[in-house]
Design a protein around this ligand. Sequence first.
Ligand code: HEC
Ligand code: HEC
Length: 317
Amino acid sequence: MKANLAFVLVLLASAAAWAQAPNYPDWAYAVPTPENEATAPKDDGTVFTLPGSQGKFTRSQISGAGRKPPADWYPSDHPAMPALIAAGDPTRQITACAACHYPNGKGRPQNAGIAGLNADYLAHQMQDMKNGLRTTSEPRKKNAQQMVGFAKAMTDEEIAETAAYYAALPPTVPIKVVETETVPKLRSQDGLWLPVDGTPREPIGNRVIEMPEDVAREQLRDPRANFVAYVPVGALARGKALAASCAMCHGASMEGRAAIPGISGRSPSYLARQLHDFQTEARHGPMAAMMKPSVAKMTSSDIVNITAYLASLPVKP
Ligand code: HEC
Ligand code: HEC
């Protein structure tokens, strides 16, 4: 009986591996494991503060546990937030946008930085999610599925209002991109890679590894905290050559053009998930069709090189 069960588990595991599309950039998902989630810092009543902030919050207050509004560490960094962004709507199971994208739109690698993107583009994405034209190709990516659920529950007015708020925000702290042969050993937590301290480094291989510069600050969801993206040696030059073809639509400096989104200075993990989602057609709205020829022949190395290069560019030239 036991042997049978093991056999079934092996079959299930290999079925999951087969189901994964080619070029799946596993590094861009940092799919959390239950064992790693169990070691996430818990609220033990400690009250935290951050440099330059008047705020004093516990971990539960920071994340907005119990469907409360999440912490706003730096209210002077942004205009007044629309109610849905600051507090969500528990009656419709909409979580405050600020909990994931932060009040300043910086977002985190596991969701999306959306500050300063074109308002029509942002609204269009939420409409695509609402209408079943955009989802994620990774069934274990729960936050992306939640995002689709929020869009479905939103009214057209709320979509327009939240898009306008995030579109009007200035760029946030830039990501640092560093070419390297090796990275620390890593574990995923909350959809993010964290270093396992005190272990030997390992070859970076064909991956981009985006990590908080300061893990403790990131775990307090500091919207001014920075990320470093480690990329393979030579990736920036290779990515630059590959990205030449993107400029005709995304702009000479990839800063975006009208409703074609800016792709410069953005999280490489986020960008890679999108390229993969265009390949698998998890994103197949009317505008996504314009991306099809660009991703058709993209290999997993191309995805590494292009996203490394794009992340290294300034958000606005
Ligand atoms: C639980 C976390 C979470 C919350 C809360 C959340 N989002 Fe998102 N959002 C995501 C994730 C995850 C993605 C991207 C998923 C992916 O494809 O990797 C995303 C993507 C988006 C995008 C697409 C960005 C782009 O460049 O195409 C928009 C727009 C957006 N969110 C707006 C909102 C708004 C407005 C709210 C509040 C009503 C909100 N989100 C609340 C997790 C969240
Ligand atoms: C023919 C025009 C065109 C070309 C060429 C093009 N793109 Fe796009 N791209 C678009 C459009 C339009 C969208 C918005 C799609 C949507 O609304 O779903 C987009 C979206 C994207 C996104 C998603 C951004 C986000 O916020 O989610 C990424 C990443 C991207 N493009 C990367 C690239 C790269 C890399 C290249 C070059 C290899 C490229 N694009 C070439 C038109 C183009």
